[in-house]
Design a protein. Structure first.
Length: 210
């Protein structure tokens, strides 16, 4: 899913992870909003052709994505405060993203937080992690562990919708020979364009198309 574009390029300062010289974002980032429903990134020009997310700026407060720094202490790990958390918001899906007080590179903003958001995970399987029933629903949770509690055979509806938002055509039914892997979604989607994450070669401005 990360390779397909389910990945934020926003760093703890709001700048792209590629730095100020190559300050571009992912298509996924355009769907992220802060706790007050303000977009994290906004375009600097009216239209982009083709859309490359170079002409976007981080326009939210940095406090909306980080209240600490890597290596900060005395802050609980793997905990997102829902009232202040960043959300993924599109016409089809609204979900809290993993947004801990201490920004975690490669994890913060790039996963869905499922400890309480969805309410569809089972409580019949006792997990071994703290806090409690966490990371048990979506495949794109920020963490996982061994054991039957963490078996996820297919993308959940919310994650499938992200692929649709990113431009992928997704069938209504997912099938696999793995046990418990066949799943039928509410609807299929057939967008027009597929746009992944910029590969970093700024001189040629190549985008990864899947």
């Amino acid at each position: 899913m990360h390779a397909l574009g389910f990945q934020s390029l926003i760093g703890p300062s709001g700048l792209s992870n590629f730095g100020i010289v190559n300050n571009y974002y992912s298509r996924y980032d355009q769907f992220l909003i802060d706790a007050n429903a303000n977009a994290l990134i906004t375009p600097t020009i009216a239209s982009l052709c083709p859309p490359n997310y170079l002409s976007y700026n981080f326009s939210a407060a940095t406090a909306s994505i980080v209240l600490g720094v890597n290596g900060c202490t005395n802050i609980p790990a793997d905990v997102t405060t829902f009232s202040t958390a960043v959300k993924y918001a599109s016409p089809t899906t609204t979900a809290v993203v993993y947004n801990p007080l201490c920004f975690e590179s490669a994890s913060s903003l790039s996963h869905f937080e499922d400890i309480c958001t969805f309410g569809n995970f089972t409580t019949t399987c006792v997990p071994t992690t703290t806090p409690g029933y966490n990371n048990l629903y979506v495949a794109m949770a920020n963490a996982t562990s061994a054991g039957p509690c963490y078996v996820k055979r297919y993308l959940k509806e919310e994650e499938k919708n992200v692929l649709c938002d990113l431009g992928y055509s997704v069938k209504m039914t997912y099938t696999s020979n793995a046990a418990g892997a066949t799943h039928t979604y509410a609807a299929a989607c057939s967008p027009l364009n597929v746009i992944g994450i910029n590969d970093g070669f700024v001189d040629k401005m190549r985008l990864k198309y899947f």
